[in-house]
Write a new protein. Structure first.
Length: 143
């Protein structure tokens, strides 16, 4: 039996307007896709050592993962998201955390970063890992 999907909603997760509207609607509520840092910490710490090595968090949204990573000792974290609303929320919330940088950008165009810029990349659901290899250091870790 085939399911009628004609009435199902579809979302364009690659559209900045969709995400801007979503973050405006959700306001200051925080959300981490998949898991919080506390659950992922053993894996991340195993593959991305605590150093001043740069780490990229792709599709950061308004999650607290990078804040928790900074509290844990990571010193150079770049959050990127397609939503200017999410990035502005992050910049406001994290202005007192010098280890964090936030940039609004589309992961489909990573030309802002030189090749091999990051020792670690965290992507919890953006499905963009395939595009990140250009800016990734040889023998780096993607989680």
């Amino acid at each position: 039996m085939m399911r009628d999907v004609s009435s199902c909603n579809t979302y364009d997760y690659g559209d900045a307007q969709y995400w801007d509207a979503r973050y405006v609607q959700e306001g200051d509520s925080l959300f981490d896709w998949c898991q919080r840092y506390s659950a992922l910490r053993p894996f991340i710490r195993n593959f991305i050592p605590l150093t001043s090595s740069p780490v990229l968090v792709v599709g950061s949204g308004n999650a607290v993962m990078s804040e928790d990573m900074a509290k844990d000792g990571y010193e150079d974290i770049m959050n990127i998201d397609i939503s200017s609303v999410a990035i502005n929320l992050m910049k406001t919330r994290n202005k007192h955390i010098p280890q964090l940088k936030d940039k609004q950008m589309d992961v489909r165009d990573m030309s802002f970063f030189p090749d091999e810029s990051f020792d670690g990349i965290i992507d919890k659901g953006t499905e963009s890992v395939y595009l990140l290899w250009l800016i990734f250091k040889i023998r780096g870790i993607v989680y």
